[in-house]
Design a protein. Structure first.
Lengths: 454, 309
């Protein structure tokens, strides 16, 4: 929106425009290094008496999620009398900033965090390792995929109630109309070439001739592109984004060039889905998106099927990881915080929470008991994929499915560059050139920051 | 004696009055303009990463040499500058002429003109975030795009859908069109006000001289609102270089090759806040500031020479 300038002097107005943006840069830039140099490990955690009030920070999520969390907290408070919980919710776009700008002493005892931000929080000395505070039973009940996200430099910093997964959602009516048989287990996933053939067949039965939705409305040049679009393509093709903390030789590998070029070749089959209704309105037969669309997609009833993402050579792969819970680096009440985390991870709490938002549970027992993701249930495929965890991208094998995004404090640069490169390739740019440029930008930034090593 | 004392007091009061009255503005300038710029200048000599425990490291002119010698960075920055200049070169003349044409159009005394004026002014009233959603639907590729659907209708089905934002060759053009639609009415209102201040006697005199409408327009209207037109061209130039929201809203949410629409402003935000590379962003800001200053000085000199604003 334009504003009406008070003075016609070009220099002055432009200076002001440029200056205001830089003022923000300057202030945050100065705040960053100054406030966060203390507390490099969890050594500052004190177990405390195991009683009293603990402070909890969480993201202000969907209304149902918030209600579930409050219910779990009131269950916790009524299950024992010594520990009270003081919950503070932050708007989601402010949350990471709030944690980053909090001095170590101001951090809460327990806090929520998004998977890819953990490495950066640990790097900044904001988080405490959980071993010793949280019970071993809780830690061993975490599914491998969430454990991999919550582990930095071999120490576990978080426990998760829920996870996230991707699938190709299929419209059975349209698939049947085209005579397409579809895979239901990760092992039988379509190869990328088979998938192209499937799209050719499906194109004849959908009204607009474009049978595929790749969730373009989220934009590839951002986190969606990296985690959920380019990520699974790269990992499934046998490539990685980083190798030994370097992107050159990994991100711009021939395997990635081949996989992403093939991915981009599906653009001609793809509905841009600008209105977000492509799948539910029956315009497309297949939709490449996450578990979170299930509440909308289940309108298809028994016609809704979940199919693994295409296999680019090294088996189908999906991204996993989402918000999880950890402890502030300098908590004075580690024992009580640990008890609260133990309570959050009980089957009852996990099912209360995941029933509210429809996410797959991240604990082994709750996942097995899930009425949605458990064995024989409608979204079994997603639960199955999550239990076949690869860990981080350097541990990928042919049979594992769920991959954790790169765990590094340099993740903001990685996700920006990978997403940007994917969008450029999808728009028709040469894949090798786009990926090489992204790799050089990532490596330059890592070099400037000594590889984000402690 | 009392009279002299009063005048002495008055004099000293006068001495303070100037700086005192100027101080709020000067303070504002210092806080919001001088200080940030100095900070940007300082930051551009450091390696600073947001959210990093590493202390800022002094690197001299490294950020600047990278900006001009690193092939990737120089190409990206050059492309962003080129996009800015292309945008300005097209938008400034087109938008100014269009604003004038619209103003002349709605300046007629017809019944219901208020309604027309309101409709033309409306795009400016809606928040850009809202209009961007509509324009994404308009530019959407395939048959669902409104623009493609209309073109398909007129071509009798022979036209195949174009990806307006996704195709790098039309992405910037699409943003230019949307931007002009969005903000031309603001310039129109300014021109309209100027049009209404042109004395009607001049038109009467001109028509007595048998000047036709076109001659009247060229010899009465345009000279009468010359200063306003210069002003409009000037602020359009400024807005063109400040271009951010249109690009951010239209191209970030589609699957668009960012390089094709990147402007210096979006690049600075991207470098500083997505890549957290504050030092580099500060260097870009300083260079951009210098370029803008030069443009502004040239423009001011050109205008002043001809006795304008």
């Amino acid at each position: 929106m334009m504003t009406i300038p008070k003075s016609p002097s070009g220099a002055r107005i432009l200076a002001a425009a440029a200056a205001v943006s830089i003022a923000a840069l300057a202030l945050t830039g100065c705040g960053g290094p100054g406030t966060s140099s203390t507390g490099s490990t969890g050594a500052a955690v004190t177990a405390g008496s195991g009683e009293g009030t603990i402070n909890v920070w969480a993201v202000d999520g969907q209304a149902a999620e918030n209600d579930a969390l409050k219910k779990i907290i009131s269950n916790f408070e009524s299950s024992q009398s010594k520990i009270k919980v003081n919950l503070k919710l932050f708007p989601s776009d402010q949350y990471t900033k709030a944690v980053n700008s909090a001095a170590p002493g101001d951090l809460p005892d327990v806090l929520d965090f998004d998977g890819p931000t953990l490495a950066s929080f640990v790097y900044n000395g904001k988080m405490a390792p959980l071993k010793g505070s949280v019970s071993d039973a809780t830690l061993s009940n975490q599914t491998d995929s969430i454990k991999s996200q919550n582990t930095v430099d071999d120490a576990v910093y978080g426990v998760g109630m829920m996870n996230a997964g991707l699938a190709l959602w299929g419209n059975k009516k349209l698939l049947d109309a085209a005579g397409v048989a579809y895979p239901t287990t990760p092992e039988k996933a379509w190869t990328a070439d088979e998938f192209t053939g499937v799209l050719d067949k499906l194109a004849t039965v959908v009204p607009g001739g474009k049978p595929l939705d790749l969730s373009e409305q989220y934009g590839f040049a951002g986190e969606w592109g990296t985690c959920c679009s380019a990520g699974p393509v790269i990992w499934s093709g046998g490539g990685t984004m980083l190798k030994d903390n370097k992107a050159s030789g990994a991100l711009d590998s021939d395997a990635n060039v081949k996989s992403l070029t093939q991915f981009a070749s599906w653009k001609k089959y793809t509905d841009p889905n600008a209105d977000g209704l492509a799948f539910t309105s029956g315009r497309v037969a297949l939709s490449w998106v996450g578990h979170w669309t299930y509440p909308t997609y289940k309108a298809l009833g028994s016609d809704l099927v979940s199919i693994p993402l295409p296999n680019f050579g090294k088996g189908t792969k999906t991204a996993s990881g989402t918000f999880a819970w950890g402890m502030g680096a300098t908590t004075k009440n580690g024992a009580a915080a640990g008890k609260f985390l133990d309570f959050l991870m009980t089957d009852q709490s996990v099912s209360t929470y995941t029933d509210a938002n429809g996410a797959p549970p991240a604990t082994k027992t709750a996942l097995a008991a899930s009425t949605l993701y458990g064995p024989g249930k409608q979204l079994q495929l997603l639960g199955d994929q999550l239990s076949k965890a690869c860990g981080t991208e350097d541990q990928i094998s042919d049979t594992c499915v769920s991959v954790t995004r790169p765990v590094t404090a340099g993740y903001p640069v990685v996700t920006d560059q990978v997403g940007k490169a994917e969008a450029a390739i999808y728009a028709g740019k040469d894949a090798k050139a786009a990926l090489s440029a992204a790799a050089r930008a990532i490596d330059q930034n890592f070099a400037d920051n000594d590889g984000y090593k402690k | 004696m009392p009279a002299r004392r009063r005048s002495a007091a008055g004099l000293s009061g006068h001495r303070l009055a100037g700086p005192l009255f100027a101080s709020p503005a000067l303070l504002g300038l210092a806080i919001f303009l001088v200080a940030p710029f100095v900070l940007a200048l300082v930051l551009s000599f450091y390696r600073v990463q947001l959210n990093s425990p590493r202390p800022a490291r002094f690197v001299g002119f490294e950020q600047y040499t990278r900006l001009f010698t690193d092939p990737d960075l120089a190409a990206a920055f050059g492309q962003a500058l080129l996009n800015n200049f292309t945008f300005a070169l097209i938008v400034v003349p087109v938008q100014t002429v269009l604003a004038l044409a619209l103003a002349v159009l709605v300046n007629r005394k017809l019944r219901g003109m208020v309604i027309f004026r309101t409709f033309i002014f409306m795009p400016l009233v809606f928040p850009l975030a809202l209009t961007a959603v509509i324009w994404r639907l308009i530019y959407s590729r395939g048959d669902q795009g409104l623009l493609n659907a209309i073109l398909g209708l007129f071509s009798g089905g022979s036209y195949t859908g174009h990806d307006w934002l996704g195709d790098p060759s039309t992405a910037l053009g699409s943003i230019i069109v949307m931007s002009i639609w969005q903000s031309v009415s603001f310039q129109m209102i300014i021109v309209l006000a100027a049009l209404q201040s042109v004395p009607t006697e001049l038109y009467e005199a001109a028509s007595l001289d048998r000047a036709n409408k076109w001659a009247q327009f060229l010899n009465v209207t345009v000279p009468g609102i010359r200063n306003t037109l210069i002003f409009v061209a000037l602020i359009t130039t400024i807005f063109s270089f400040r271009l951010f929201d249109q690009v951010y809203l239209l191209s970030r949410s589609g699957s668009v090759d960012r390089a094709s629409t990147e402007t210096v402003m979006t690049q600075i935000i991207n470098t500083g806040f997505d890549n957290n590379n504050v030092g580099q962003a500060a260097a870009m800001t300083v260079i951009f500031m210098l370029i803008i200053t030069v443009i502004a000085i040239i423009q001011r000199a050109a205008v002043r020479q001809r006795g304008g604003v």
